[in-house]
Design a protein around this ligand. Structure first.
Ligand code: GAP
Length: 448
């Protein structure tokens, strides 16, 4: 993990947030390369969940949430971690993170009994901070999908089964944020709520577990580094009928990368008006505030029913850490020489190609390099950079380290013959090709 953290800082993937004022625990900023990798991961998820299908629509809803939303969702009552104080060093810990009944800070056994601590952040809304006009910062993106269920249904005339996808920030006042970007207080989720008829829910749950496992493999994580974990009944979230977690071997240990939950009819049932008109199977509390009927007509008997929902919910920051960890390698170059290479799947690479003129500031070479950069950039495959430093070896090393799949060198032969030298990141093989063929080559490389 230390090597990854150091690479992230040195090359501009991830920085400690508010660093020049001493930093803030559990918050991170994504730098110039980090934002590219993050956007590429989001875009791969969106393509697979929305564009490649005909049964999913997208949404980008507000982060500030009315307290009623999180009251009926059950989060006000149940979204807690057990908190323990150390009476000696005054440290605060999650009870389930304590080993051998000893304070992880000072080793003292003088600890308080665990008490529930709600993880939701509150903020006041409007000019008067009277404690009454407040909103929550959403702890999951999901609830705003449920409360928009009718809006999406009415505006798209979708029929069941169908889903609503959203990528966005979520906030949790974690007691002990830790392990770099693995557990933070502000993070991004990529969530799909897939609505199905009761009775088909178990089949769809199996379908999404398989689909999501395959997707992580497509992002460069070998299947043997992922594991499925059936969450035991006693550990299920208050809304879940069944949850399967996709676990990944993170540098600090095997932990959850994504959860796929069968939320039954709990959420739409909780947020719907006139609940007694429906046969709701989950244990929901009475709702006197909702103004919407969150139900659809059954395709067979035309009765109205509250749909069940299957939810694949992935952490974007955890995905970022996993693909980075998987791609990071040091390779021997013979003797005591080695190179650090980030073998990212090319569609995730922050920079797709670097164009390097052999001689810095040489008018002819730089003009040709700029022309190539513009033509490759216009393909809209992602970022293409021009490296006008004249140091080819140093550029190769830098681009190996940040995962650029190809470097393209322009030399004096290029001016005479309209050719360029391409160097492959993984094999380090170099070959001379015609400049005309570069667009095709990059398109093929990035869509691998
Ligand atoms: N809507 C369901 C839900 O929020 P969750 O298991 O609490 O379920 C889903 O969260 C995913 O969000 C997790 O699998 C994880 O990848 C990510 N996640 C949760 N808490 C996180 C945190 N504090 N920091 C970073 N990622 C987190």
């Amino acid at each position: 993990m230390d090597e990854l953290v150091s690479l992230c800082k040195r090359r501009g993937f991830v920085f400690q947030s508010n660093e020049i004022y001493g930093g803030m625990q559990g918050l991170y900023d994504y730098g110039p390369l980090g934002v590219e990798l993050k956007n590429n991961l989001k875009s791969a998820w969106w393509s697979s969940m929305v564009y490649d299908r005909d049964d999913v629509e997208g949404l980008d809803a507000s982060i500030l949430s009315k307290p009623s939303v999180l009251k009926y969702s059950g989060h006000e009552d149940t979204f807690t971690d057990p908190l323990v104080d150390c009476k000696k060093c005054k440290g605060r810990w999650r009870a389930d993170h304590i080993k051998d009944k000893a304070c992880p800070g000072c080793g003292s056994a003088d600890l308080t009994e665990p008490r529930p601590f709600n993880l939701m952040f509150k903020t006041s809304v409007g000019p008067v901070d009277d404690g009454k006009s407040f909103a929550y910062l959403r702890p999951e993106t999901a609830q705003q999908i449920f409360v928009n269920f009718k809006n999406v249904l009415d505006s798209t005339s979708k029929s069941m089964p169908f889903g609503i996808a959203q990528i966005g920030k979520a906030f949790r006042n974690e007691v002990t944020p830790r392990n770099f970007i693995f557990r933070t207080r502000e993070f991004e989720q990529m969530e799909l709520e897939f609505f199905v008829e009761r009775g088909t829910d178990e089949k769809w749950h199996d379908y999404w577990v398989k689909k999501r496992l395959d997707w992580w493999c497509e992002q460069g994580i070998p299947e043997n580094r992922l594991k499925l974990f059936d969450v035991p009944k006693e550990d299920l979230s208050h809304y879940s009928k069944k949850t399967v977690d996709i676990m990944y071997a993170f540098p600090h240990g095997e932990e959850e990368l994504e959860g796929i939950a069968n939320r039954s009819d709990f959420d739409l049932g909780s947020h719907t008006k006139n609940q007694s008109d429906f046969e709701i199977h989950a244990n929901v509390s009475e709702n006197k505030e909702s103004t919407a009927k969150l139900a659809v007509q059954n395709s067979n008997d035309k009765s109205w029913e509250v749909p069940y929902v299957i939810e694949p919910s992935a952490g974007l920051d955890r995905g970022f850490l996993a693909v980075l960890n998987e791609a990071y390698k040091t390779e021997s170059l013979g003797g005591d020489k080695e190179r650090l290479v980030l073998s990212l799947a090319p569609h995730l690479s922050p920079v797709k190609a670097a164009i390097i003129p052999l001689k810095k500031n040489n008018e002819g070479l730089v003009a040709l390099a700029k022309k190539i950069k513009q033509s490759l950039q216009s393909l809209r495959l992602g970022r293409v950079v021009l490296e006008n430093t004249g140091n080819i070896g140093k550029n190769y090393r830098r681009h190996d380290e940040i995962g650029t799949p190809v470097c393209i060198t322009v030399d004096f032969d290029s001016l005479a013959n309209e050719t360029a030298t391409i160097r492959d990141r993984d094999s380090m093989e170099q070959k001379t090709v015609s400049i005309d063929s570069l667009e095709n080559m990059l398109t093929k490389t990035v869509s691998k």
